[in-house]
Design a protein around this ligand. Sequence first.
Ligand code: SER
Length: 570
Amino acid sequence: MKTRELRQKFLDFFEKKGHKIVPSSSLIPKDPSVLLTSAGMQQFKEYFLGEPSPYGKKVASSQKCFRTSDIEEVGDVSHLTFLEMLGNFSFGNYFKEEAIKLAYEFLFKKLKLPLKEARFTVFGGDKEVPLDEESILIWKKLGIPEEKIKKCGREDNFWGPTGVEGPCGPTTEIHFGGVEVWNIVFNEYYCDSKKKLKPLKQKGVDTGMGLERLAMVSQEKTSVFEIDLFEPIIKEIEKSSAKIYDKNSKDYRIIADHIRGAVFLISEGIFPSNVERGYVLRKILRRTIRSRRLLELQTNFLFSLAGKVIETYKDIYPELSSRQADILTVIQKEEEKFRRAIEQGIKEWKILSKILSKAGRGYITGKEAFSLYETHSISLESIEELAKESGIKIKDKEGFKKAFKKHQEVSRAGAEKKFGGLGKGATLKAVKLHTATHLLHQALREVLGDDVKQMGSDINPQRLRFDFSHHQKMTEAEIKKVEDSVNEKIKKDLAVKKEEMPYEKALKSKALAFFKEKYPEKVTVYSIGGFSKEICAGPHVKKTSELGRFKIIKEESSGAGVRRIRAILE
Ligand code: SER
């Protein structure tokens, strides 16, 4: 059965069983403590906690997911970064018995998958959560012999929460050929930010079945990359490479998976950068480029392959067509940028290795390797390769790791500072510019749309600088609209209110947050009239009339898909 039929069969089955079919949510989740949507339940998180669901208590979906934790695993038979997750959910409606029966009926009655080959797991119990005897009994009642039901620990059979806190619980899983295909989670606990479990008021079910894995079993393939969805992509690579799939499957798979992931990430308005989601995109694109080189494919190959991916998916995900031009340009530009970086890096390497051999040194230090990484973005992995080729060792890899950690801490501190914590030495002018930044952020969202996300901010006593995601140059009319909107708020003399509240509450109140940060449980929220609301460390002025006149002095590009505004207060 073709993958598209399987997707439809799943949704039809659960619709007939009284579930409301909900469209996939974006890959960018509502919860800012999570980088990318990695499970179907994320868009329903609050309904597990008892908030009334507008879709009713039983829903099903096919959700776009992206799992950053699996990037390094891609290349084997079953791991993917981007995937479609089929799921059925119950918010305080059915629980273990019905969930297991539904899964059984769908797989073995409806799709007629080979029951003989299926294996099952349940939660085996630990100090906090008991053995899931009930699930064992239900499986046994369905005729599954006990020896096919394995009891496992927290690592394997306990799921959640996504983000810092949320619903979670023991799971039961269905495996074929050693690959987990369906995960059924019994949400009966709430895990708070201190990792303490409390029973949930209402019990729920959250299931997730990777569509590609289901197709692999249904189409009797040995890897997810051999299913019909990947076939045109793999074939396209095979056509252009002298190296065959069977002997080079890892690089084929990396390309096929990552190019698909990249296409979907870009379609959500994510662009390559060195932070957050942009970094994930850059990382997979660069890994793709590396495999492309190993398979001796032409430089513009990825670009045309991306076109194939769009072709395969565009009727199901129309956003791919509307963003086609962006997607192709970003991929092409990133490859070009990477090529230049590598060439420069290799040049530096040659100079460095000459110096080393003159000095009679057969190694470079971790610190030196780090400096190559820092100036040319060559990963430790690539440095290791270059080193191997020239017979040089990297001494003290720990030193590299330490330097890397420090670098991350420094950039995090930098982000916090930019984000709001102007510190005690902040001049009054800088404080005013900071409040103006919040007004600007909201005005941009009003004029250009909610896609506008803060990518960075820098304030000195002379001016503010604000980077945000948007992929066109702003028109003069748009700039004027934004400027006017900010000035109007200044004129209205809106009060700036500071409140402390739990992080979850801040999010619910729709306060804007900076995605990368892990927030403490209690956060400070600044609101300006009813206009702007952001989680921010301050400081700010008390009233907008203190600001004076706001003027945008420059609007320019600051990298792919990122615009930069410089503005002053007169
Ligand atoms: N949330 C669980 C998972 O993603 C089940 O849907 O595996």
